[in-house]
Design a protein around this ligand. Structure first.
Ligand code: G1P
Length: 277
């Protein structure tokens, strides 16, 4: 049973400047909900109740979001606007939030290692909030089911056009069940000509806690950063790491195109739901 979910949230979000100058990129809303809240709701749906957030300077808004605002509660109580707070109130009541800061920006592997103090010695999930997923059964729920069976680290993957492999961690492996691969190779952001496949890792991971010791000894890789992809390859070679093609749709909200696509998708969905009422 996985209880904890780690959210690396220290990045600068430079692609969304100036919006992200004073607002964390994780707080950018798709419709009325910040990206990170979608991720937290996906973790809660998968049965998790402890959210561990790795932040950095200028990220205070995330802590305030997952807290009660007494002034707002007082203003809104008993008015027609109260339903707007229903979802965030539910989130706050179902789980706890703890925070630690990544003091230096040394890559995703380093961000995950910074979260060790909040995770301890147990398996945990990782959500990169700018990969927004919409699925009948949440992507983390799908991965938790697989974890129950195999008890090893798992990454979520999807097929991408070959020319896009340089934006992702890319895996190669043997398909042991339909859509489930035992990883043999993993490369961070390879040139299309060097990519071992077109199966790209998206921002959902389940990690066993031995990953922390592996990250500690992982040398800087692509871009001079400590890459979780490199640490996972070591884990795969020592034991077993799986990759799963999830059911559902994923939007790259770290890019303007993906963000607009996600907004349109959730807008159309909410209009459809409204018209059925
Ligand atoms: C990170 C990972 C990469 C993964 C991607 C998914 O890259 O390093 O392996 O494919 O997330 O979104 P980033 O997008 O943070 O550069």
């Amino acid at each position: 049973m996985i209880r904890k979910c780690l959210f690396p949230a220290a990045g600068y979000g430079t692609r969304f400047l100036p919006a992200t100058k004073a607002t964390p990129k994780e707080m950018l809303p798709v419709l009325t909900k910040p990206l990170i809240q979608y991720g937290v709701e996906e973790a809660i749906e998968a049965g998790m109740n402890t959210m561990a957030i790795v932040t950095g300077r200028g990220k205070r808004a995330i802590e305030d979001h997952f807290d009660i605002s007494y002034e707002l509660e007082h203003q809104i109580k008993g008015t027609s606007k109260e339903p707007y707070l229903t979802e965030i109130r539910a989130v706050i009541s179902k789980c706890t939030f703890s925070y630690t800061r990544q003091v230096e920006m040394k890559g995703l592997g380093h961000a995950i290692l910074s979260g060790e103090t909040l995770i301890g010695n147990e398996s945990f999930a990782v959500v990169l909030a700018d990969d927004l997923c919409d699925a009948k059964k949440g992507v983390l729920s799908q991965m938790c089911e697989l974890y129950k069976k195999y008890q090893c680290s798992i990454v979520a993957i999807e097929e991408v056009p070959k020319e896009d492999t340089n934006k992702y961690g890319v895996i190669a492996g043997n398909e042991i069940e339909p859509g489930i691969f035992m990883i043999k190779d993993m490369v961070e952001k390879p040139d299309p000509k060097d990519a071992p496949s077109n199966l790209a890792i998206i921002g959902r991971y389940i990690l066993t806690p031995d990953i922390f010791d592996i990250i500690r000894t992982t040398k800087p890789g692509k871009g001079g950063e400590i890459q979780i992809t490199d640490a996972l390859l070591v884990q795969a070679k020592k034991g077993m790491v799986l990759a799963v093609k999830f059911d559902g749709k994923r939007f790259d909200c770290g890019s303007i195109d993906g963000f607009v696509e996600a907004t349109n998708h959730f807008y159309t969905k909410s209009k459809k739901a409204e018209s059925k009422k």
